[in-house]
Design a protein around this ligand. Structure first.
Ligand SMILES: [Fe+2]
Length: 240
């Protein structure tokens, strides 16, 4: 049996990532997947990136926040987000990322795929044909059917919507692990998933675990970042 740890939308919340590491320490994973958005909102982008750099079995792609941070570092102007308190978080990240971690982010693709146990897996931040598409469990089934129709992958692993789900549509498996570090559903716990493959059988298990939220808040306070984000982490809700 092959086991894959599925992570995503960590948003520099290293305390949440560490809590997951601790929770799964008995497991041996064949791959560790990251659906992107390493950065922005938490103050631990370097620790988060290095965690993946250290793990040779990790497979990561860039998310929208990572792409925006790289854009700033290229000297380009950000069009979005428009809200000043959000922009501050992007600029703080771009100023505090270590050059070797910037280089690592620059080396990552926007989507990728691999085969394990004869199962072809595609990894996307949004969807197969739109990296900014936000697909929820409640999104129209017709959209999932459309993606399944054009797909050469048996499993699509996706992030961006920060909502955990697992669907099998027209024989294609769609997995979103939810967000490790920035919840939208009012439950502040970290989300992740484990994918198990065993001679063609595919199984997905979702987890929600507590982590020391106050560690994240300390990081925000220390760096004098907007108060609203402390509330966002404590409530597990998108507030702006
Ligand atoms: Fe995200």
């Amino acid at each position: 049996m092959k086991k894959i740890l599925v992570l995503g939308d960590i948003h520099a919340n290293y305390p949440a990532l560490q809590a997951i590491q601790n929770y799964v320490r008995e497991y041996r994973f064949d791959r560790i997947i990251n659906t992107g958005d390493f950065t922005v909102y938490g103050t631990f982008p370097n620790e988060t990136i290095q965690w993946f750099r250290k793990r040779k079995k990790s497979v990561s792609i860039l998310g929208g926040t990572d792409r925006r941070v790289l854009k700033i570092l290229k000297g380009k102007k950000l069009k979005r987000p428009k809200k000043e308190e959000k922009r501050v978080m992007y600029y703080w990240t771009s100023e505090n990322l270590r050059p070797d971690n910037v280089k690592y982010l620059q080396s990552l693709p926007r989507q990728t795929d691999f085969t394990i146990d004869n199962v072809r897996i595609g990894l996307f931040h949004g969807t197969f044909d739109n990296e900014d598409e936000t697909l929820f469990a409640s999104s129209p089934e017709s959209r999932f059917r459309e993606l399944a129709k054009g797909s050469t992958f048996q499993v699509h692993i996706m992030g961006h919507s920060h909502t955990p789900y697992y669907k099998i549509i027209d024989g294609v498996h769609f997995v979103n692990p939810g967000s490790v570090g920035r919840m939208f559903d009012g439950d502040p716990r970290a989300a992740f998933a484990i994918l198990k493959l065993s001679s063609g059988e595919i199984a997905v298990e979702h987890f929600r675990i507590s982590y020391p939220v106050e560690e994240v808040i300390k990081g925000l306070k220390k760096n004098r970042l907007p108060e609203i984000y402390a509330k966002m982490y404590r409530l597990g809700k998108k507030l702006n």
